[in-house]
Design a protein around this ligand. Structure first.
Ligand code: RTP
Ligand code: MG
Length: 147
């Protein structure tokens, strides 16, 4: 079992895509562990995106990601990180494969709807900055034996 951090960004919330996006991860067979509807503080956004500090898109990214509510989630399952990135698609919608979230719904790189952790280390880091351990719900997910 692997855990990943996923977040519907402000554009996904505004476009009414929370349900569509959550549905794709549910249908894939991943297990929801935690979810939170929230507005990111500047401090939290800086922690999340610290690896991009200094890049040209860093400041606009912080402005965008703190501009409205997001839907933050933890999902788990075998290969949850890579499977989620596959469902999300490449950063730029032009490069994203048809059928992925970004290909199906996004147009521009800076409005690409959803974030997904890119490594086990970043997943654990991101989970810990958004959620306390008591918010991660461990429960029997009976469909796992059929996946
Ligand atoms: P994310 O972290 O949001 O899941 O996206 P990602 O791994 O596919 O892309 P990453 O390289 O981590 O970049 C983080 C976010 O910064 C914005 N970005 N803009 N204009 C640009 O060239 C550019 N590059 C990145 C995107 O919103 C991207 O999702
Ligand atoms: Mg990234």
């Amino acid at each position: 079992m692997e855990r990943t951090f996923l977040m519907v960004k402000p554009d996904g919330v505004q476009r009414g895509l929370i349900g569509e996006i959550v549905s794709r991860f549910e249908r894939k067979g991943l297990q929801l562990s935690a979810a939170k509807f929230m507005v990111l503080s500047e401090e939290l956004a800086e922690k999340h995106y610290e690896e991009h500090k200094g890049k040209v898109f860093y400041e606009p990214l912080l402005t965008f990601i703190t501009s409205g509510p997001v839907f933050a989630m933890v999902w788990q399952g075998d290969n949850a990180i890579a499977l989620s990135r596959a469902l999300i698609g490449k950063t730029d919608a032009i490069d994203a494969s048809p059928g992925t979230i970004r290909s199906d719904f996004a147009v521009h790189t800076n409005f690409n709807l959803i974030h997904g952790s890119d490594s086990a280390a970043n997943a654990e880091k991101e989970i810990s900055i958004y959620f306390s351990p008591s918010e991660l719900i461990d429960y029997e997910h009976t469909i796992q034996r059929w996946i």
